[in-house]
Design a protein around this ligand. Structure first.
Ligand SMILES: C[S@@+](CC[C@H](N)C(=O)[O-])C[C@H]1O[C@@H](n2cnc3c(N)ncnc32)[C@H](O)[C@@H]1O
Length: 257
């Protein structure tokens, strides 16, 4: 039985019952991605299209959507040079991707997977180690951490898409949803307020984003060999402190190199 559970990509009977937690196997995700690409060849490079996963789990769909978009954008922007194309592909891909899940553990795993792919892709394209990559452009990577944190978030799907009184009613359609909204309140998802839009708004109003400050401090301390903690970025610490970072880079075979 345990083996079957593993094959189906979920964690326990309790979580299946409570959260409906059965992760879609890679093969099916791949088939669906192919269907999407077949229906509209420009789907990956058209930045007027954003993607939204309302129950993202640990990111089986999200990581594939992100990857397809990054590879397509990189290809279409190569005329601007490898570095500009690679950074812009990552930035635009995260800025047009939204994902939520009611379970923070799943959300953090999904965030880590997006960060891993981003670092692997950039190390490969720019021929740099993760530390050198970050040292060269702390500002870019601070934004990347914030954008991943912002766009992939803990939220309850039915209330996130509802307004006012309906939010509580809609969340309460499931026991987990009701518990979540009672504990966390209503967090309406505003697709117009991307990380970039939020950051620009702060600048216009002369405000400093604390999240961005925290991300910068975290990266600066890590690249100088210190161990700073920040719960906003637990998902990133796990990835950035991984001594075997080069292993997952070489494991990501299909990176479009
Ligand atoms: C069937 S899994 C699917 C995960 C992912 N989409 C996949 O295909 O691998 C369902 C996910 O929905 C999340 N979930 C359950 N109820 C939710 C709700 N009301 N709002 C947001 N997420 C919810 C669970 O935590 C779980 O990760």
């Amino acid at each position: 039985m345990n083996k079957d559970l593993k094959v189906l990509h979920h964690r326990s009977k309790e979580r299946i019952k409570g959260l409906g937690e059965v992760f879609t196997p890679d093969l099916h995700v791949e088939k669906m991605m192919n269907l999407l690409g077949k229906k509209d060849a420009k789907v990956w490079s058209d930045l007027n299209i954003s993607f939204f996963e309302p129950t993202c789990g640990h990111g089986n769909f999200v990581t594939q959507l992100f990857k397809q978009r990054v590879l397509a954008l990189f290809k279409s922007e190569l005329r601007d040079g490898t570095k500009a194309a690679a950074l812009s592909a990552i930035a635009n891909s995260i800025n047009t991707l939204w994902a939520i899940d009611i379970d923070l553990q799943n959300v953090n795993e999904c965030r880590s997977r997006i960060l891993k792919f981003s670092l692997a892709f950039l190390c490969e394209k720019l021929k740099l180690s993760p530390t050198n990559l970050i040292n060269e452009d702390v500002d870019f990577y601070a934004h990347l951490l914030c954008a991943i944190r912002w766009h992939i978030d803990e939220n309850e799907a039915l209330s996130a898409l509802s307004n006012g009184d309906e939010a509580f009613q809609n969340a309460s359609k499931t026991k987990f949803g009701r518990n979540w909204i009672q504990g966390n309140g209503h967090n309406h998802l505003d697709f117009d307020l991307s990380w970039t839009a939020y950051y620009k708004q702060c600048e216009i109003e002369g405000l400093t984003s604390l999240l961005y400050e925290d991300a910068t401090k975290l990266l600066t301390s890590l690249t100088s060999g210190q161990r700073r903690q920040n719960s906003n970025f637990d998902f990133a610490l796990k990835v950035l402190q991984d001594q075997n970072v080069s292993n997952y880079i070489s494991n990501l075979v299909d990176i479009g190199a």
